[in-house]
Design a protein around this ligand. Structure first.
Ligand code: A2P
Length: 278
């Protein structure tokens, strides 16, 4: 299993199973159990996905030793702030039924469009993550959807730098500035929507490369990120694709990576962290 190393020396499996929009209940339990059976050891959920309970059930029913697993969840926007985040963490752990968490993320930065005290709110939320980390409840802490200016602002008060920044990343939307900044600061990038929610899978360049490497266009998207040191969190409820997304065995040439990096913007979700209204 391919792993990357966080700046606190923890190993993280490079391919994680994404669970966004997977329905709480049997659909989610089955998908996560199937993923665990097929060697995924990294599961990504969030309080707002409302499927943490099912992820917990799947973990227990699969009987994979806890120490082999890497489990991520995220604090939702309504729970920002020091005390509220501590409470939100306890509630997530209760739903997951876990004793400790591997990675806890701030789901979205508070933005100034909605909050006059956005910087302070983000700093206080981060301080709660630092407390939980220092108390040994979480093995790593990070952020999600933070742009360069959000990270620079956070660094003014943080005592621990985030280990992860999870952002939208796929061919046609690679956020080069944020990725470069994270690299300089030893923050690993995780790609949400690494397949562009299917919006980029018909792209002529990706289709051409799929032919060249005898792979699916989905695999081209995932390998494109992995080869650049970016963690991918593909989600699927289709058994064949769950297996395929975690069994990629080809290498893209540097030239082809460059071609994908030069694609014109395509498949952007439209969710710009400074403009979202949730
Ligand atoms: P399905 O559950 O039917 O497999 P993203 O992670 O970029 O948000 O994309 C997730 C979407 O892409 C899901 O709708 C999923 O549908 C689909 N998907 C997952 N893996 C693949 C793949 N290898 N090729 C094509 N589509 C995929």
């Amino acid at each position: 299993m391919k792993t990357f190393k966080l700046h606190n020396n923890i190993q993280i499996p490079a391919v994680g199973f994404g669970t966004y929009k997977i329905q709480e209940g049997q659909e989610c339990i089955d998908a996560v159990k199937f993923a665990l059976k097929h060697n995924y050891r990294h599961i990504d959920t969030a309080a707002v996905y409302e499927n943490e309970k099912s992820v917990g059930i799947a973990i227990r029913e699969s009987a994979v030793p806890r120490e082999e697993l890497f489990i991520t969840t995220k604090v939702w926007n309504t729970e920002r702030g020091y005390e509220k985040t501590l409470k939100a963490f306890d509630a997530s752990m209760e739903r997951l039924g876990l004793e400790y968490l591997d990675l806890y993320l701030i789901h979205w930065p508070a933005n100034t469009k909605q909050f006059s005290n956005a910087a302070e709110l983000n700093a206080e939320t981060w301080r709660a993550l630092e407390t939980l980390y220092m108390n040994g409840k979480i093995r790593a802490i990070g952020v999600s959807n933070f742009l360069v200016h959000h990270l620079e602002e956070l660094f003014k008060t943080a005592t621990i730098k985030p280990m992860i920044n999870q952002i939208e990343y796929h061919p046609g939307y690679t956020q080069a500035d944020t990725v470069e900044f994270c690299k300089q600061h030893n923050i690993l990038v995780e790609a949400w929507s690494p397949l562009g929610r299917g919006r980029v899978l018909e792209n002529p360049l990706l289709v051409e490369l799929a032919g060249k490497y005898n792979a699916s266009t989905g695999a081209i998207c995932l390998q494109f990120a992995l080869q650049q040191g970016i963690i991918v969190l593909p989600k699927s409820t289709n058994e064949e694709r769950i297996i395929a997304n975690n069994s990629i065995d080809f290498t893209l040439s540097d030239e082809d990576i460059k071609k994908i990096n030069n694609m014109t913007e395509t498949g952007f979700s439209g969710l710009q962290p400074d403009n979202v209204d949730f």
